[in-house]
Design a protein around this ligand. Structure first.
Ligand code: NAG
Ligand code: NAG
Ligand code: NAG
Ligand code: NAG
Ligand code: NAG
Ligand code: NAG
Ligand code: NAG
Length: 578
């Protein structure tokens, strides 16, 4: 008995030999052309493309497949020259009220806009990306229920981790959080899966995760013109030990930031300072650990980036988008408001870089302007006579896209050191060169009907363990006497490194149900018994789903094996047409 790999190699060699003999006999009488031996083994294939264009002009065109139920948006990609970062585009497209997308899920796309992986999330998702846990790459995303009017923009959920075989675990925070019960709505009945908020889940280099969580709590708002017996939605953050799920740090804006820092009026579309619609005065939307002693926090509603000291929770310095805060001034062109996704880079004792997505827009801000990406340089320690420098301003001439919420800025991506901006509430991701020139634009929705909280371009390699390649057969043209032409569709959701499919024709055993499938295990024992399996060639893997044609006899079924580096990884089930 041979292991499956050797068996398929043995089958390959036998087939090669048989084909070789036939070709030899044939060409002895015509002309000798050895290159055709290889061609005989190559089965021409192509990516399967079927795009549904909904007539409502609200749902963005989406792709459908024969061998997979996933329905990702047909993302439209334009390139403008210049090297792009390697890797896939990670998005969480979600319709806003309207039917913006057919399916909401965390999706990864390649540089041609072809789907690579669609995750199975139970709830709405945000912040899909690759992070490191225990020195291994994992995919992570938030999933949960989001709040709507009169208190929009929060969520209650869990963070899902997938390893490079797509083994899954969830992380939740066991904290006393008030407000979670409010998301049990008629439209989506039932409790939320957890208490982690949508805005951040960032791994530290000490295998802990930083997450946000909204706690509704009473507060005297009379100094801000609100009710004396008022309520605040306090956007806490927690540091969680991923292995034990223990909370190892907690920080509350209400305990450390004066209420008058807020630029959001107590009464706005986001609340009114009451119990049912608390005032979201701070709105933490990104957190980053700076070494073991500091945290960098982006607060949308104060227009500030705050650096706090871990051991006291106190503010070390503040960079405000209007007046510069501790740094005295904002450089020309660098003013920001309602910003997202602040990240410090290359922090040393003498200075650091800071990137952020400047929304500069909010639905009730009359001074809303177009959104852009900003990169600053700060000298340390902060001194009022040494204001920060603006080193990058990412915008596109003639384009005035305003993203009133969400968004991201991923700096210095890959070899090409590109800058990736996700426009959050607007269904747009742009990739810029290091000098700020536009190189790529991806669109996945009409107007503001589709949002993706953040967008990332990252390298990811994975091979699913729990599921194998999926194969579907269709009749292609009329039935011949003995031979029939069939079309095969094959995909393997999330398998990033498959190069080709080895195709086998398998004898339909007597008594085996027609139009049935055999599991790879059943197939292996069947082959051991009767040896009725024939390698017929290899088809290049193209697109998410590959399609190719085959001729088989009435009594034959088909099976494929995924191949990487010439090695067969995993087989599909055996599939038969009736
Ligand atoms: C689907 O996306 C491709 C790639 O961007 C684009 O060329 C094509 O026009 C799109 N098709 C539809 C129907 O939107
Ligand atoms: C989603 O796609 C499926 C398959 O094309 C279709 O039957 C269904 O009507 C679509 N639903 C929406 C809401 O677009
Ligand atoms: C999604 O769930 C379906 C049904 O349980 C399963 O067959 C499929 O393999 C899952 N896909 C992923 C990516 O987990
Ligand atoms: C993770 O949480 C989601 C949402 O509650 C749930 O559907 C899924 O089954 C969980 N996964 C695991 C491995 O527990
Ligand atoms: C609420 O704050 C106001 C102004 O700061 C103060 O005058 C008032 O006494 C406070 N009310 C209570 C109940 O503490
Ligand atoms: C904000 O409140 C603090 C006290 O909490 C006060 O010292 C400061 O002057 C106030 N700032 C403004 C602009 O009102
Ligand atoms: C940080 O330093 C690395 C290594 O020198 C460099 O490649 C990168 O561009 C720097 N990042 C920023 C934001 O300046």
């Amino acid at each position: 008995m041979l292991p499956p790999q050797s068996r398929s190699r043995a089958a390959l060699l036998t087939s090669l030999f048989a084909v070789g003999c036939l070709v030899f006999i044939y060409f002895t009488f015509t002309l000798v052309d050895h290159t055709r031996i290889d061609q005989l083994l190559d089965i021409p294939s192509s990516p399967y493309v079927e795009i549904i264009v909904p007539e409502n002009h609200e749902t963005w065109p989406y792709r459908v497949y024969k061998s997979s139920p996933v329905r990702p948006p047909n993302i439209s990609i334009n390139t403008y020259g210049g090297e792009l970062a390697e890797g896939f585009l990670f998005l969480t497209p979600k319709g806003r009220g309207r039917q913006g997308v057919n399916q909401t899920a965390p999706f990864a796309f390649d540089s041609d806009g072809e789907l690579v992986f669609a995750a199975n999330a139970t709830y709405g998702t945000t912040d899909f990306r690759v992070q490191t846990y225990r020195a291994q790459q994992h995919l992570t995303y938030w999933q949960g229920k989001s709040t709507g009017s009169p208190n929009p923009g929060h969520g209650y959920g869990v963070v899902t981790f997938l390893d490079s075989e797509y083994e899954e675990f969830n992380l939740s925070v066991k904290a006393d959080i008030n407000g979670i019960e409010d998301v049990d709505t008629e439209k989506k009945p039932g409790p939320a899966p957890g208490t982690i908020d949508i805005h951040e889940h960032d791994m530290t280099d000490r295998d802990t995760l930083l997450v946000t969580a909204y706690n509704n709590t009473p507060a005297n708002l009379s100094s801000m013109g609100g009710p004396e017996a008022g309520w605040i939605a306090d956007s806490l953050f927690f540091e969680i030990d991923v292995a034990t799920q223990d909370i190892i740090y907690r920080w509350s804006p209400l305990e450390h930031i004066p209420l008058n820092s807020s630029r959001l009026p107590v009464k706005s579309y986001m609340g009114s300072g009451t119990r049912s619609a608390p005032w979201d005065f701070f709105h933490t939307n990104s957190i980053q650990a700076i070494g073991s002693e500091y945290f960098l926090i982006s607060s949308r509603h104060t227009w500030s980036i705050w650096l706090i000291a871990r051991h006291t929770g106190e503010v070390v310095c503040e960079f405000n988008g209007e007046d510069g805060g501790t740094f005295g001034a904002v450089p020309e062109g660098g003013h920001f408001r309602w910003q997202h996704h602040a990240r410090a880079h290359n922090v040393t004792d003498t200075g650091f870089y800071l990137s952020l997505f400047d929304n500069h827009a909010m639905i009730q801000d009359p001074d809303s302007k177009r959104s852009s990406g900003l990169m600053f340089y700060f000298a340390l320690p902060p001194q009022r006579h040494q204001p920060p420098k603006l080193v990058k301003h990412l915008k596109v001439k003639g384009s005035h896209v305003k993203a009133p919420s969400q968004g991201s800025y991923q700096a210095d991506v890959g070899r090409a050191k590109t800058q990736v901006l996700g426009y959050g509430q607007m269904p747009l991701t742009r990739e810029f060169g290091p000098e700020g020139e536009l190189r790529m634009e991806a669109q996945y929705g009409y107007h503001d009907y589709v949002q993706s909280f953040r967008a990332f371009k990252q390298v990811w390699h994975a091979t699913p363990k729990a599921w194998g390649p999926s194969l579907v057969l269709e009749e292609a043209g009329g039935k011949g006497d003995e031979e029939r032409r069939i079309r095969a569709y094959v995909s393997w959701n999330g398998a990033t490194d498959v190069e080709s499919w080895h195709v086998f024709v398998v004898q339909k055993e007597s008594g085996h149900a027609a139009n049935g499938v055999r599991t790879p295990k059943e197939q292996a024992s069947a082959v051991e018994e009767d040896g009725h399996e024939r390698f017929v060639g290899k088809a290049a893997k193209l697109g998410f789903e590959t399609v190719f044609e085959l001729r088989v006899e009435e009594s034959e079924c088909v099976q494929v094996a995924a191949v990487r580096d010439g090695v067969a990884l995993k087989r599909s089930e055996v599939v038969c047409l009736p």
